[in-house]
Ligand binder design. Structure first.
Ligand code: FES
Length: 103
């Protein structure tokens, strides 16, 4: 069983923030979008470029390398050149702290 990983205090992770944590040795990007925390593997499924820092709009995170967009809630690739979904993780907010754990 994997332990959950603390991302930080909810109050210190404002709307639009992006934070990278490691879950079982894998980089995961945590995005706050419209008040909800989403967590996706920090590797584009096109050419493995990090997703951290990509633009977020309409519930999608854009890979800065070639512009593929991934749906935050499902990890699905919504635009080319990516076709495979990116792995998503579960987020939990408990007593003002945000955590990530494998789904
Ligand atoms: S590496 Fe992300 S779109 Fe190509």
């Amino acid at each position: 069983m994997s332990e959950r990983v603390r991302v930080g205090a909810e109050a210190e992770l404002p709307e639009g923030s992006q934070t990278e944590v490691r879950v079982d040795g894998v980089g995961v990007v945590v995005v706050r979008y419209e008040g909800t925390f989403y967590a996706l593997r920090n590797n584009c499924t096109h050419k493995d470029y990090p997703l951290l820092g990509g633009e977020v709009s309409l519930g999608r995170l854009t890979c800065e390398k070639h512009g593929a967009k991934f749906e935050l809630a499902t990890g699905k690739a919504k635009t080319l050149p990516a076709v495979k979904p990116v792995r998503i993780y579960k987020t939990v907010v408990e007593e003002g702290e945000v955590y990530v754990l494998p789904l």
